[in-house]
Design a protein around this ligand. Sequence first.
Ligand code: KG4
Ligand code: ZN
Length: 300
Amino acid sequence: MPLLAFETSCDETAAAVIADGRVLASIVSSQIKMHEEYGGVVPELAAREKAAQAVAFSLRRPFLGIHHHEAHLYSPWIRGNPPAADFSQFEPNISLIVSGGHTMLVHVESELKHRVLGSTLDDAAGECFDKVGKLLRLAYPAGPIVDRLAAGGKSTAFNLPRPMITDAGDDFSFSGLKTSVRYFVRDHPEVAQSAEGLADLCASVQQAIVDVLVTKTVRAAKRLRVGCVTASGGVTCNRRFRTQITDACSAENFRLRLADRELCTDNAAMIGILAERKLRMGQPVTDLDADILPSWPLSP
Ligand code: KG4
Ligand code: ZN
């Protein structure tokens, strides 16, 4: 039976139709205009868009709740145009979920069995891109703009901290990097005012974030002896990240699966593909009164 999927967790509202592991349709409506006014996502505004359960109720259809991050976690196993599930290739992996709301490393031990290894103790990596962008007076979300400006800059121009990069654990921290940029911009206001300085600063910040993400992901994969690394979430659209993780994984002989660009940012196709997979694997539908929580743990 075809399945109608909704993605309503944050600043996007998306819908998709899935049948037999294939994405038949997928649309995304962004609330970016609304959040731009506030310089970030306002959870209460985003939450008003939640209506999937009401739709299921009114159409008398079964409802299955899907964890947003769990959908990100399996989005690298969707391939092709039009996109379709590719779980036949599945293998245990270390997965990096890196978005505006979260930065986490997950050990995916087998299909639908995963364990969170670590996550950010403060800001998410995407949030760091966005907050640094705000300091530099860039529009929201700033991640894609920093990516574009950084392409014309020198990543070694300014020496910024790589928080927790040598820490033995799998947690992250990005608020200190943001604070360093704040002090730097306060003490050197002229840098961000020239096109060259701005490009160099964007490239340096981006490099600091990417170094932390790539180093810690590869280290976890080595430690847990998996043969595969996957990554998803908005920040994996970042071109420097994609190049650097590709190089690092090929140096260590890890197979790498990055979610396709259209599936990196929030979308309902990943929700529907995972929902269908779970139903096929025998997961019962959720009660219609499933709770909506501001934050739901990914590990059981
Ligand atoms: O996964 P996503 O669409 O939504 C969340 O669940 O948060 O991720 C959005 C985040 C934003 O912080 C945005 O700035 C960041 O992903 N982002 C990027 C790039 N594209 C999106 N960050 C760096 N470089 C990019 N190219
Ligand atoms: Zn997301």
